[in-house]
Design a protein around this ligand. Structure first.
Ligand code: DPP
Ligand code: ZN
Length: 872
């Protein structure tokens, strides 16, 4: 497979004025007729350039004609994924008829059929599985689409834009014509045909446009769409208020699909969603599920501007739309819920998973310089780190200037396909700042490290922060220049109050731009405790030599909520890392009482928000401890985690019980922030209590399991009981849960995930047995993720079993999936790719499985790229 480089970018030889599509959908095939009006691109240097069309090998080309003249095979060349037509005039219409087999499309890219319905997924390069086309985002065209299908089986026929005509044919078939008035790249094309129902609502935009809102699903799921509709209307309003962005069509549709590789897709006017990101109901959806629906609905809606109206020039610019849109949806979720909690959750994800990506073989910059398969780059770096980069611009410029910059960006580039440089340029233009150093965040990979020390000069009442930044080599890039790192800083006095800094503000954003730099604060009358990187102002690893007392002090006093949580994390990480060494050297484990006392304080502090208490009292995850470790000792980390949790639980059991009882309420379920916070604290308390394996707490959990009127409480209890040593009860609750929910596919997925993440030693055997269960479907990505991915990525203890059985299992799955669904196969590989972070013996076992996959023959581009980088 070829490597594609950003530096090789060339404008397309032809532009498209209009794309007309006609789909004849049948049970054993689909015929696609495209009529495309081309014009030579005046910006293309070569006037003789042939037309290069992308077309997947699975396309059966039935007819090709130029301005009505049928081409014969000598008039074009088809090699691999490319069709090349030479000797063309400056303007012409190309007609093309292809035959495809959606019913056999297991990759779920392009047009495919699942659960009796047709749907599409074209981002990034799925359109080339539908017809021959310049399948690249800088070719934007007006689309008109006619869909023809059997009326009884497929009463609903949808595509992008507005429905302009419809009719019946005499053979029981019907057709609908859709017109999209906005030019778009092929990756935003969508089509849906099925027996669906919808809920309806409307929204009136700020300028008075009436928009019809429809969310489609199978009849059985119609009662689970209200939350998505509410979230959609909130998103539309929020984007008007915060970004001045209005919706631009008369109709906005969402369709729920159970077979989907991604979470959701922002096709113009016709978003297609994985059921897991749109269906929500108190009885079947946990709190985190409601929040996911709210966030993803917002994310896809926000793409209408950041992605669709202004799109990407090429796929190296993917973060142009994704980073910005994730930033927008994170601001939205923060506004709808608790900003500090949202920030903590985002940073926890970034620090565990994105930092690990930077440290692994697939490390790449936010704007990659090359790729083999773009599907492999829908990554935490593009999305989450990309969001952090936009957030830093927001921090450096301030909200008001940032808004001016986004207005300028949208105005300047409406209807265009642009680059991350264009985005930064708009921000530079409105702020008058030179952002060239800032742009290194887009072009350099890796997680910068910032070491900070403080120096107090009592005589001159001066406090100095010395900063040293560096960025370790990554798999793709050896050396890096210093970044522009915004470090938000506060200084606490002995009482824990903020000391006023420049201009009386309590937080100052320092800009660290050199490898070594010092920042001086004057008029500091006592030696302060610094609060650094407030609200996680940059995606870096910052180190300051805090004592444990200082961390406890920050936990109790920092006015920055994020840093209070982070101080608790740092305290626990420090203590647990020492215990890991003790465990490895066979010493008896003893928990520093500082942690217990700090936790006790937090539990007793009635002034704190419950969601914050729950976050602060959540120990650093095993995955985060693994990311921080030089060499990952899975067993030591797991045992230490258990030990610490158990020691805290034992010491504070009466308090946890009180908290549990105080937060058990009979109110009707609601997914609002206050209720979510209450449940999260209650269920955290229950999880500590269950760690002690005392029968009295098992009784509590069983009671909660039986009485819960919502999935959050029910699933929390289920997980705790299923993962406990009370094996009879575990079997009982798992059986009764399945009995009750077997007809709810998404709930069954949770049931699979609970078993796949069970730390008890027989988990792999269970997972293998579940693959044969009636509830499992090896062609459904959600099922694969719930069972196989959860086992391999979250059940560290069992996946990394020293006999290599977990690795063998995963390799076997990938060898099958490589042919069936390459995108999912390549995703699943991730845990094995990190082999260099484990002991020599374990690493060798992992590497051997990578090699076995490599030798299994006929690798997809997706799997090939990840494998070759992992074995390099
Ligand atoms: N559907 C994916 C997303 O919205 C890719 N665009 O992030
Ligand atoms: Zn997106």
């Amino acid at each position: 497979p070829n490597v594609i480089y950003l530096k090789d970018y060339e404008v397309p030889a032809f532009l498209v004025e209009q794309t007309e599509l006609r789909f004849e959908l049948e049970e054993d095939q689909a015929l696609v007729r495209s009529q495309v009006r081309y014009a030579r691109n005046p910006e293309s240097s070569n006037r003789q350039h042939p037309l290069l069309l992308d077309g997947h090998e699975s396309l059966e080309l039935q007819r090709l004609s130029i301005d009505g003249e049928v081409l014969s095979e000598k008039d074009y060349r088809r090699v691999g994924e490319q069709l090349s037509i030479p000797n063309l005039p400056d303007h012409f219409t190309l007609e093309c008829i292809t035959r495809i087999e959606p019913q056999n499309n297991t990759a779920l890219e392009g047009l495919y059929k699942s659960d009796g319905m047709f749907c599409t997924q074209c981002e990034a390069e799925g359109f080339r599985r539908i017809t021959f086309y310049q399948d690249r985002p800088d070719v934007m065209a007006l689309f008109e689409t006619i869909v023809v299908a059997d009326k009884q089986r497929y009463p609903v026929l949808l595509s992008n834009g507005n429905m302009v005509d419809a009719g019946d044919e005499d053979d029981g078939r019907h057709w609908v014509k859709w017109q999209d008035p906005f030019p778009k790249p092929a990756y935003l094309f969508a089509l849906v045909a099925g027996d669906l129902e919808c809920i309806d609502d409307r929204f009136t935009t700020a300028s008075g446009r009436h928009v019809s809102l429809k969310i489609f699903a199978e009849t059985k799921d119609l009662d689970k769409l209200d939350y998505a509709m509410t979230s959609l209307k909130q998103s539309m309003k929020w984007d008007e208020e915060v970004y001045g962005r209005e919706y631009d069509l008369d109709i906005f549709m969402i369709v729920a699909v159970d077979f989907f590789n991604m979470g959701a897709m922002e096709n113009k006017g016709l978003n297609i969603f994985n059921t897991s990101c749109v269906l929500a109901h108190p009885e079947t959806t946990v709190d985190a599920g409601f929040q996911r629906v709210e966030a993803v609905v917002a994310h896809e809606y926000f793409h209408n501007w950041s992605g669709n109206r202004v799109t990407c020039r090429d796929w190296f610019q993917l973060s142009l739309k994704e980073g910005f849109t994730v930033f927008r949806d994170s601001q939205f979720s923060a506004d709808m819920n608790s900003p500090t909690v949202k920030r903590i959750e985002d940073v926890a994800l970034l620090r565990t998973a994105q930092f690990a990506e930077d440290a692994g073989p697939m490390a790449h910059p936010v704007r990659p310089a090359s790729f083999i398969e773009i599907s492999n780059f829908y990554t935490l770096t593009i999305y989450e780190k990309g969001c952090e980069v936009v957030r830093m611009l927001h921090t450096l410029l301030g909200a008001e200037t940032f808004r001016k910059g986004s207005d300028l960006y949208f105005d300047r580039h409406d209807g265009q396909a642009v680059t991350t440089d264009d985005f930064v340029q708009a921000m530079a233009d409105v702020s008058g700042r030179d952002l060239s150093r800032f742009k290194l965040w887009y072009s350099q990979s890796g997680t910068p490290q910032v070491s900070v020390t403080g120096e107090y000069d009592a005589e001159h009442q001066r406090y100095t922060l010395h900063m040293r930044q560096s960025c370790p080599a990554t798999a793709d890039m050896a050396t890096k220049q210093p970044f522009l790192i915004p470090v938000a800083v506060g200084l606490l006095d002995a009482q824990g109050d903020d000391i006023p800094l420049t201009g009386g503000q309590t937080t100052e954003v320092l800009e660290c731009v050199a490898a070594e730099q010092s920042f001086v604060f004057d008029n500091i009358t006592v030696e302060p405790t610094p609060s650094l990187l407030r609200d996680f102002s940059a995606p870096v690893k910052l180190r300051f030599p805090y004592s444990r007392e200082q961390l406890v002090f920050l936990m109790q006093h920092d006015s920055d909520g994020f840093n209070r949580w982070d101080a608790a994390q740092q305290l626990a990480v420090g203590i647990m890392s020492e215990l890991v060494v003790d465990y490895q050297q066979g010493r008896t484990l003893v928990l520093d009482s500082a942690l217990i006392e700090a936790y006790r304080q937090i539990l007793n502090d009635a002034s704190l928000d419950k969601a914050m208490v729950a976050k602060v009292l959540t120990l650093p995850s095993e995955a985060y401890l693994s990311e921080l470790a030089e060499v990952i000792d899975v067993d030591a980390i797991h045992q230490v985690h258990r030990f610490v949790k158990d020691a805290i639980a034992t010491a504070l059991a009466p308090l946890f019980l009180q908290v549990y009882q105080a937060n058990t309420s009979a109110e009707e379920y609601s997914p609002d922030a206050t209720s979510v916070a209450r449940r999260s604290l209650k269920n955290l308390a229950l999880s500590y209590l269950m760690t002690t394996e005392q029968p009295e707490y098992l009784a509590l959990a069983l009671q909660q399991f039986k009485q819960a009127d919502n999935m959050t409480d029910s699933q929390a209890a289920l997980t705790l009981i299923a993962h406990s040593g009370f094996e009879a009860e575990a079997a009982e609750v798992l059986a009764s849960f399945y009995q009750r929910w077997q007809s709810e596919s998404l709930v069954v997925n949770q049931w699979l995930a609970v078993q796949a993440s069970d730390p008890k030693p027989d988990a792999l055997a269970r997972v293998e047995a579940l693959q044969q269960h009636e509830a499992y479907d090896a062609s459904n990505p959600n099922k694969i993720r719930s069972l196989v991915s959860v086992f391999c990525a979250q059940n560290m203890q069992n996946f990394h079993n020293s006999d290599g059985s977990g690795y063998r299992f995963l390799a076997d799955q990938i060898i099958v999936l490589n042919k069936q669904n390459p995108q999912i196969a390549s995703r699943l590989l991730t845990p094995l790719t990190r082999w260099k972070k484990y002991s020599a013996e374990q690493g060798a076992l992992m590497k051997a499985e990578l090699q076995r996959i490599n030798n299994s023959g006929d690798l997809s581009r997706d799997v090939f790229e990840v494998l070759s980088k992992s074995l390099a």
